[in-house]
Design a protein around this ligand. Sequence first.
Ligand SMILES: [Zn+2]
Length: 438
Amino acid sequence: MTTDTQTPGSGAVSEEERWKYLDHIRRTPGPFTDPDATAEEYLAQFEKFKVFGAGGLGCEILKNLALSKFKDIHVIDMDTIDVSNLNRQFLFRKSDVGKYKAEVAAKFVENRVKGVSITAHNKRIQDFDESFYKKFQLVVCGLDSIEARRWINAMLVSIAEESEDDPDGIKPLIDGGTEGFKGQARVILPSMTSCIECQLDMHAPRAAVPLCTIASIPRQPEHCVEWAHIIAWEEEKPFPKLDKDDPEHITWLYEKALARSQEFGISGVTYSLTQGTVKNIIPAIASTNAIIAGACCNEAFKIATNSAPCLGFENNYMMYSGNDSIYTYTFKHEKKDDCPVCGRQARPLEIDPRTTLQELLDSLSIRPEAQLKRPSIRAEGKTLYMQFPPQLEEQTRPHLAMSISELGLEDKQHVVVTDPAFPLEFNYYLKFKKASQE
Ligand SMILES: [Zn+2]
């Protein structure tokens, strides 16, 4: 423990000493390294690596990458530091509250690890275009939104497809994510292996509690909170619009939920449970973040050095669960031919022809393989519903109440769905359900 606690740069640990073991791995050829390269070439190649990381696992990833001797790192995060981050995002101090996460984290790690250059971007990943992402060899993501993951995935697949035979066009995407005690680390070789969109059903939206349970027979404290949130609020409208960040509003919901829970003899309704349920907060656990970020950065190190086989062509997905003791499982997620990002085929969209267009659009937000919040839809030669521009929205709005058959759509007909959050088109063909299937 003694050497670990000494401050680097104080003279206690020389730079040579600090990197001794790491450099040994990087200099020594192994069974997986290029037999023609010299030790110097290895080191030089590694130092050219540009890596970019972003998001909620950011502190861990940034620290790990710098200590793995990646030299040129870019970090993107648009968030500012909140006091609630301080318990686990260890690069931030109280005096940093309100400042940009990317900037503070970059400065901290640069000060601590000599020789690393970290460029901070206080932006969204969507604010950059292809020419920016083309500069990197490796992308490490610890994003907290599925939308952002899908976006960067589509970007890297399109770069890979465009550069066809150029191996530099394939920028491995290492993605980590956690949810409480659970997490995953996966490696995507864009256009070659199963991508995030292929794996989207692994992130199925949480099953909602049926409204009847909430309305009539609550069994859990969360059901009481949902009752206050969905039913009591609508009936009483204590404030014009629910603001989930306003303590007064949450207090109102909490008191309503508490009264209901007492009526049904359910315990466990607290202010923070109310806030968590309404805002759908899953607690972030520092150690899960450390495990997942560690797994991701080890894969980054192996990809850069070829020192050992990494996740990729064969097994490409590692899931970790600490919910019930510890369990991990690594498997190969297959590429899907009908993936809207990396596949070539249209997907079936199973539907009863009596369904209205509105119901069809609503279903796109909960279908695990779609998860589109603001879809527009068109068929060949026919604009069915467009969210934008406003004139077109108004023109197509009457279609929403019409059924699929009233709109003249046929079984096996192709439809194209778009959503402003994604720079791509989702190709589907309608697959009519027979009435007897119900
Ligand atoms: Zn795919």
